[in-house]
Ligand binder design. Structure first.
Ligand code: FMN
Length: 323
């Protein structure tokens, strides 16, 4: 039996890989789709040309399975160039996910090109607006998640059932999900699938630097920090010497330029791709506590399926005793 996410995205399993700035490479997106999930090429940290190069790689790696692309709107000052590139390549893509900004001005154009449009939301009100604007599918993301989160700081546990009651379109739960138990919980809360980010960074196919992957194994949720609150943003990252410096600057009077120099994308790239973690920052969600190895995507999917089965058996066991 197929649920609504499976039929919209044409994937066997409703497990979606979120756009991953700098580290969401084509090989990873393709491997996730090939394993039965739904991979997405990240456009953050890439020029439109580089995004298209990764789409080429995803196509090879996916071996015919459908995949998508992520467009974080506020990350691109020249976003029209990305939209144009996506529209020209719409026949190669199944979906586009719009995040970090108002998706409304783009939805109809992308849908007319035959793309499924996914919109990222962090409150029930945002979810209603995205649904009214024509989004086919929503990602509702709690602030346990790695990377940029909603300023309201809703947790996944509170957000998913509230969004599920507020809209009719299907939703993917995101934020802190890194195991099969988390997926079963998300389905119980009213989601039709999940979007995961941090867990996919620690896979063999991900282009993230080995130092980043090693830290994901070593660290726990205690080691995540939220930066950029002073500029109205919520960005969950892994603690580093540089992150401590950012937080010190945010505690005192500072200029926008001073802080921007510390949080700009280059600092993310040098840590995530260059491996110099102490002098930059990497995105990381609280689900890092559940990462203890670097499997291939295929191995990870097999494990997620086993964990889901055990978790549902536990839930059904409770069900049988209580009713
Ligand atoms: C390394 C990393 C980079 C991310 N970059 C983006 C991005 O460019 N665009 C976006 O919409 N979300 C981005 N996110 C958020 C993910 O797409 C996803 O929604 C989130 O990671 C889910 O929470 P989790 O990390 O707890 O699994 C990023 C997350 C991580 C961990």
């Amino acid at each position: 039996m197929e649920n609504r996410v499976q039929s919209l995205l044409m994937c066997r399993l409703p497990i979606v890989q979120g756009g991953l700035a700098y580290v969401g490479n084509g090989e990873l997106a393709g491997a996730i789709s090939r394993a039965g999930g739904f991979g997405q090429v990240g456009s953050a940290g890439r020029t439109p040309r580089q995004m298209l190069d990764e789409i080429d790689k995803a196509e090879i790696s996916a071996a015919g399975a459908p995949f998508g692309v992520n467009l974080p709107l506020s990350e691109h000052s020249d976003r029209e160039a990305y939209v144009e590139a996506i529209l020209e390549n719409a026949h190669r893509l199944r979906a586009v996910s719009l995040s970090a900004g108002n998706p409304r001005p783009y939805i109809e154009r992308l849908k007319r090109a035959g793309l499924i449009v996914i919109a990222l939301v962090s409150t029930p009100l945002q979810a209603q607006k995205a649904e009214a604007s024509g989004a086919d599918l929503l990602v509702a993301e709690g602030y346990e998640a790695g990377g940029h989160n909603g300023p309201g700081e809703w947790t996944t546990m509170a957000l998913i059932p509230a969004v599920a009651r507020a809209v009719k379109v299907p939703i993917l739960a995101a934020g802190g999900i890194a195991s099969g138990e988390g997926i079963v919980a998300a389905l119980a809360l009213g989601a039709s699938g999940v979007q995961m980010g941090t867990r996919f960074v620690a896979t063999k196919e991900c282009v993230a630097h080995e130092n980043y992957k090693k830290e994901l194994i070593k660290r726990t949720a205690d080691d995540t920090r939220v930066i950029e609150r002073s500029r109205g943003r919520v960005t969950r990252v892994l603690q580093s010497a540089h992150v401590d410096d950012i937080l010190k600057v945010e505690m005192r009077q500072h200029s926008e330029d001073e802080l921007y120099a510390m949080v700009r994308g280059e600092r993310n790239r040098m840590a995530a791709i260059g491996g110099v973690l102490e002098e930059g920052y990497v995105n990381c969600g609280q689900g890092v506590s559940l990462i203890y190895d670097v499997p291939t995507v295929e191995e990870l999917f097999k494990r997620l399926m086993d964990e889901m089965q055990q978790a549902s058996q536990r839930v059904c066991g409770i069900d049988a005793r209580f009713f």
